[in-house]
Design a protein around this ligand. Structure first.
Ligand SMILES: Nc1ncnc2c1ncn2[C@@H]1O[C@H](COP(=O)(O)OP(=O)(O)OP(=O)(O)O)[C@@H](O)[C@H]1O
Ligand SMILES: [Mg+2]
Length: 254
C-alpha cells in the first residue's frame, strides 16, 4: 500500500518508536488522521495503544520519531500541542474531591482567558451535551462508570479542542451504555468537527464510530483501512478478533 499522503492531516505520526528500557513498545509507527476523521486503534492488551496515545498527546516523549498535531510539533512543544487536544483517559481520572461541575471547570479556570461567567456557561453547555446537565453538584463517587466517562468527555470538550483522544472509552461498560458513549463520540465529532483518535478493543463499537481502523501488533501497525477491509482481513490476529466479536454478538445478554 502506498503511504497515506493526506493534505489535510491534523494528526501526523511518523516512524514513532518508544522504548521502556529494553522493551520496544512502539516500533516505527506511521499514521495520519485527516481533519474531522475518526480513526480507531485496536490491538492486543499491552500492545502499546496507550503509549501511542500518550506520545501523541505530548505527555510522553517518544524515543524517536515525529508527531505533529494541528501543525504543532508535539515532541518539541508538548505544552502547546496539548492545548489543541482533549483527552479522555482509560481510567476516568476525575478529581475525587471536586464535584462534577468543578471537574469540568478545572481546565477552564486554568487555561481559558474568558470571563468567569462565560466559563461557567461553557461548563453547563458541555455537561448538557453529554447528558449530565442535572449532575453538576454530584461527586465522582456518586457516579456510575458510564456517567464518569461522560464527565471525562465534558471536561475534555470544555476547552473546545480541535482534536479528541479517547483511551478505551467503553471498556467495562454494559452494551447499552457502550452504545450511548459511541453515539456521543460520533455526535461530538459532528458538532465540533474534531479530529478523533480512539483506542478500543471492542470491534462492534469501533465499527459503529470509526472511519478507519488501525491495528497495533507488537508495536507495529499491521493494518490500516476501512471497517469493511478490517472485517475481511486475512491477518490471523484480526480474523480471530472479528470472529470472537461475531460469536459474542449472538450470545444472549445473560
Ligand atoms: N511507564 C511505563 N514504564 C515501563 N513500561 C511501561 C510503562 N507504560 C507501559 N509500559 C509497558 O509498555 C507496554 C505497552 O503498554 P500500554 O499500556 O501502552 O499497552 P496497551 O495496549 O494500552 O494495553 P491495554 O490494552 O492493557 O490498555 C507494556 O508492556 C507495558 O508494561
Ligand atoms: Mg491501554
Amino acid at each position: 500500500m502506498a503511504p497515506a499522503l493526506y493534505s489535510n492531516a491534523v494528526i501526523s505520526i511518523e516512524r514513532l518508536t518508544h522504548r521502556f528500557g529494553e522493551n520496544t513498545v512502539l516500533d516505527g509507527v506511521t499514521l495520519e488522521v485527516e481533519a474531522g476523521e475518526i480513526v480507531a486503534i485496536m490491538g492486543s492488551s499491552g500492545g502499546g495503544k496507550t503509549t501511542l496515545l500518550r506520545c501523541v498527546s505530548g505527555l510522553l516523549r517518544p524515543t524517536s520519531g515525529k508527531v505533529t498535531v494541528d501543525g504543532i510539533d508535539a515532541v518539541r512543544q508538548p505544552e502547546a500541542a496539548r492545548r489543541t487536544m482533549g483527552m479522555v483517559f482509560q481510567a476516568s481520572a476525575l478529581f475525587d474531591y471536586l464535584s462534577v461541575r468543578e471537574n469540568v471547570l478545572f481546565g477552564l479556570r486554568r487555561w481559558s482567558e474568558e470571563p468567569r461567567a462565560v466559563q461557567d456557561r461553557r461548563a453547563e453547555e458541555v455537561l448538557e451535551l453529554v447528558g449530565m446537565a442535572d449532575a453538576g453538584d454530584l461527586m465522582p463517587s456518586e457516579l456510575s462508570g458510564g456517567m464518569k466517562k461522560r464527565v471525562g468527555i465534558a471536561r475534555a470538550l470544555a476547552l473546545r479542542p480541535k482534536i479528541m483522544l479517547y483511551d478505551e472509552p467503553t471498556t467495562g461498560l454494559d452494551p447499552i451504555t457502550t452504545y450511548t458513549i459511541d453515539s456521543l463520540i460520533a455526535d461530538v465529532r459532528k458538532r465540533f468537527e474534531v479530529t478523533t483518535l480512539v483506542v478500543s478493543h471492542d470491534v462492534a463499537s469501533v465499527f459503529r464510530v470509526a472511519d478507519r481502523l488501525a491495528f497495533l501488533e507488537d508495536g507495529r501497525l499491521t493494518f490500516v483501512g476501512s471497517p469493511a477491509e478490517f472485517g475481511s482481513s486475512k491477518r490471523a490476529a484480526i480474523e480471530e478478533l472479528v470472529a470472537k466479536s461475531q460469536a459474542t454478538s449472538f450470545l444472549p445478554a445473560h
